[in-house]
Design a protein around this ligand. Structure first.
Ligand code: NDP
Ligand code: MG
Length: 394
């Protein structure tokens, strides 16, 4: 029986993973080693009961009593706190889903890789903040990382059986989000609710807003660079409002392989769950005649400066990805809290990057997790200061 763990089980990706695992036999087909969540302990306990999980962990100590009560009378152990989540990753599982949101997903993912098994990676922040370290850890322990982000799953699928040295370019698509056709002035005054209203995908709050600002695409450009190892100038993003084509890979003979799929993350999750084979996944099938047209346009870096910042980060590499992601997370917190405007997010990230770029370690590739975490910490402080200044100006 295959064993599995799901980190971030109660989130959008976690729910879709749980759904597929249940459809593929649930506890009759899988031994569930660990499930983790944060605030939503009621749902975490329901999932743990349904999968007969050996361990359920919440990220927050104050949620532990509720989790313990919800799982009373079951054989599921309970625990709380970031350390307990990291320790849950020390328990070997054949297949681990990394779907915690933000930099908090890095440590458990790194620790799961040490078992030399399979990590299904939705947490793109791990690759952005610590790509070289993550890939080296996987290689050192003979572990496999399978990308779950839809664009990266698409590139992975388009590359199957191909010689990577024949690749000329990789194009990932962006829906353009809710503000694709808005003017700069309209975007400046948008609300959190408007930023969350993604036209094609149903996702967690943070990634939905990151999609509206194109910070999500910025992270994904860096993720492409770190996961596949292609040079930055080979990687581009194109706006494709229908979200049917997820990525394209161009080869040296002029051929281009495009990956098409429904805008439903269960395709990419199901691909990772059933890899190296394919399993039946209950997503809508694409009807091209009904869709009628697939359109593409160049992204506008003036309205969406996150893309320009991503290019700068890809060029600088080193610990700039860790700084970029951390600053972005703080800027997003301030936008959600109503302290700064939507366009201030990119300005805060740019200010924070400028502030930490003088730091001696900025341009150096991370050698240890501590390198990454200390840059993350510095950039969070710098972004917090930058956001405070912007807030005063409003
Ligand atoms: P959600 O916000 O829906 O879920 C996040 C999960 O992480 C929840 O289980 C949440 O617990 C938990 N969590 C939140 N904060 C912490 C913390 N500090 N420590 C530990 N656990 C925590 O996110 P998504 O599912 O949308 O995204 C998850 C990851 O997948 C992100 O990295 C995202 O970029 C990536 N991704 C998501 C896609 C999508 O379609 N949603 C597509 C591609 C990639 P709780 O809910 O109990 O509070
Ligand atoms: Mg994506």
């Amino acid at each position: 029986m295959r064993s599995l763990s799901i980190f971030g089980a109660t989130g959008s990706i976690g729910e879709s993973t749980f759904d597929l695992v249940m459809r593929q036999g649930g506890p009759d087909a899988f031994r569930t080693v660990a499930l983790t969540g944060a605030r939503n302990v009621t749902r975490l306990a329901e999932m743990a009961r349904a999968l007969k999980a050996e361990l359920a962990v919440t990220a927050h100590e104050d949620c532990l009593p509720a989790l313990r009560e919800a799982l009373a009378g079951t054989w599921t152990e309970v625990a709380a706190g970031p350390q307990a989540i990291a320790e849950a990753a020390d328990r070997p599982a054949d297949w681990t889903m990394s779907a915690i949101v933000g930099a908090a997903g890095l440590v458990p993912g790194m620790r799961a890789l040490k078992h030399g098994r399979t990590l299904a990676l939705a947490n793109k922040e791990s690759l952005v903040t610590a790509g070289p370290l993550l890939m080296a850890t996987a290689a050192a322990h003979g572990a496999t990382i399978l990308p779950v982000d839809s664009e990266h799953s698409a590139v992975f699928q388009a590359l199957a059986g191909e010689d990577a040295s024949a690749v000329e370019r990789v194009i990932i698509t962006a829906s353009g989000g809710p503000f694709r056709d808005w003017t700069l002035e309209q975007i400046r005054d948008c609300t959190v609710a408007q930023a969350m209203a993604h036209p094609n995908w149903s996702m967690g709050q943070r990634i939905s807003i990151d999609s509206a600002s194109m910070f999500n695409k910025a992270l994904e450009l860096i993720e492409t660079r770190e996961f596949f190892g292609f040079a930055p100038e080979m990687i581009e993003a194109v706006v494709h409002p229908q979200s049917i084509v997820h990525a394209l890979v161009g080869f040296c003979d002029g051929g281009v392989m495009a990956h098409l799929g429904p805008a439903d993350m269960r395709h990419a999750i199901g691909f990772a769950l059933n890899w190296p084979g394919r399993g039946d996944v209950p997503v809508a099938r694409i009807d091209l005649a009904q869709i009628a047209s697939l359109t593409f346009q160049k992204p506008d870096e003036e309205r969406f400066p996150a893309l320009r910042l991503a290019r700068e980060v890809m060029a600088a590499r080193g610990l700039s990805g860790a700084a970029f992601n951390a600053a972005k997370e703080i800027a997003l917190d301030h936008f959600i809290a109503g302290n700064i405007g939507f366009l201030d997010m990119a300005a805060v990230v740019e200010d924070a990057l400028a502030s930490v770029s003088g730091c001696e370690t900025f341009g150096k590739l991370p050698r240890t997790l501590e390198d990454v975490l200390s840059m993350d910490h510095l950039a969070r402080k710098a972004a917090d200061t930058a956001a405070g200044l912007r807030q005063q100006k409003r």
